[in-house]
Design a binder for this molecule. Structure first.
Ligand code: NAD
Length: 350
């Protein structure tokens, strides 16, 4: 079978899928619909069939799968319309703007017996896959702390992303990726507490900086932080275990792991003087004790996303981005919004 993809919303991401999905064997991009006629024209210039109305687009029998790549506030109605037209549906992240909307999409997909998934493409990020491999292989010992950060410096958020009613703000935009990465890593562990703080530093009306602190039932502490105006960046990942510490600087996966050859109690204790007092606990570690090791290799291939959708429809594979996982991420995001609103930590079981 061939996936015959029709794109709703031929903007930045619609154009990206037009180019990149078409590279995958078994995927053909055939059509696009946009409320902006200029964008329909742009799609037609690349050889796609262009539609100016949703009804005519959904009536095209060649399209067997629809990608929704519009601003977030209309994902739900478009995804449901596509499912009701009997099309399989991929929705861009964030799938919707509330858990109620997520449930409505899942229900429509189930009712119409069509596939529904979400483009959580950052499950294939190199930095994430390296970090996950280091944690899962035990290179760091028992991990107790994972910090996941994205720091930008531009400050300004553009277009609909800067408007709350359109599903703007960084928690919905990037929080959904970073939370999905963590929850995908721990499918069996519950989030038991969550504390979130959201700020509008330079973009009134939407969050442009947020910090979420969560505890999992296996004891792991997770911090997720996104900032658009951080002029000095911290590493993309900072992970601590009882045998080592990992940092990964960037999306390319540059970084390293430091471990110790001997525990500190086996080393002659040293005292350092700081201007206002002495410390032994925070004395620099002797160099002979430290062991620098490389990060594990990971070469994820994003095109697996589309291959998996195709293989799932053909009954050959299990879906990678499952509706239940998408729903879980949303329930954690809703708890984060609530925690911020109440100004306190919440006990949860998510
Ligand atoms: P964009 O503004 O560049 O494009 C959106 C397009 O949708 C525009 O052409 C607009 O005319 C059209 N549109 C708006 N309302 C519509 C409607 N009701 N029906 C049909 N078309 C409509 O936005 P973008 O940056 O491409 O973002 C689109 C989606 O993709 C968002 O959900 C965003 O979060 C997601 N996204 C995902 C990634 C990723 O890495 N997965 C990256 C960027 C954006």
């Amino acid at each position: 079978m061939t996936l015959k993809l029709g794109i709703i919303g031929y903007g930045g991401m619609g154009g990206w899928h037009r180019k990149n999905a078409a590279r995958v064997d078994g995927v053909e991009v055939v059509a696009a619909y946009d409320i902006d006629p200029a964008r329909v024209e742009a799609a037609k210039e690349t050889g796609l069939k262009g539609y100016y109305t949703l009804d005519s687009f959904l009536a095209d029998p060649e399209i067997n799968i629809v990608l929704v790549a519009t601003p977030n506030h209309v994902h739900k109605e478009l995804a449901i319309a596509a499912a009701n037209a009997g099309k399989n549906v991929i929705v861009e992240k964030p799938v919707a703007i509330s858990i109620r909307e997520v449930d409505e999409i899942i229900e429509a997909a189930e009712k119409n017996k069509v596939l529904f998934t979400v483009h959580q493409n950052r499950r294939w990020d190199k930095d994430y896959c390296i970090m996950r491999k280091a944690v899962e292989s035990g290179m760091l010992g028992d991990v107790y702390n994972i910090e996941s950060r994205v720091h930008g410096s531009g400050g300004k958020i553009y277009g609909w992303r800067a408007v709350k009613e359109y599903g703007g703000g960084m928690l919905l935009d990037w929080g959904v990726h970073l939370l999905d990465q963590i929850l995908y890593m721990y499918p069996e562990n519950k989030v038991v507490s969550i504390y979130a703080q959201l700020f509008s530093v330079l973009n009134p009306g939407v969050d442009d900086y947020f910090k979420i602190l969560m505890k999992l039932d296996n004891g792991v502490s997770v911090q997720v932080e996104v900032g658009t105006f951080c002029l000095r960046s911290l590493p993309r990942w900072y992970v601590g275990g009882n045998a080592g510490t990992l940092t990964i600087e960037n999306f390319e996966g540059k970084g390293g792991i430091t471990r110790v050859k001997k525990l500190m109690e086996e080393v002659e204790p040293e005292m350092v003087e700081t201007a206002a007092g002495p410390t032994r606990t925070f004395a620099p570690q002797p160099v002979e004790v430290r062991e620098e090791i490389g990060l594990p290799e990971a070469n994820p291939d994003w095109t697996d996303f589309y291959r998996n959708v195709l293989n799932t429809i053909e009954g050959k594979e299990e879906l990678i981005v499952k509706p239940s996982e998408v729903r879980r991420v949303f329930s954690v995001m809703e708890a984060a919004f609530k925690s911020n609103e109440l100004g306190r930590s919440l006990d949860v079981n998510l």
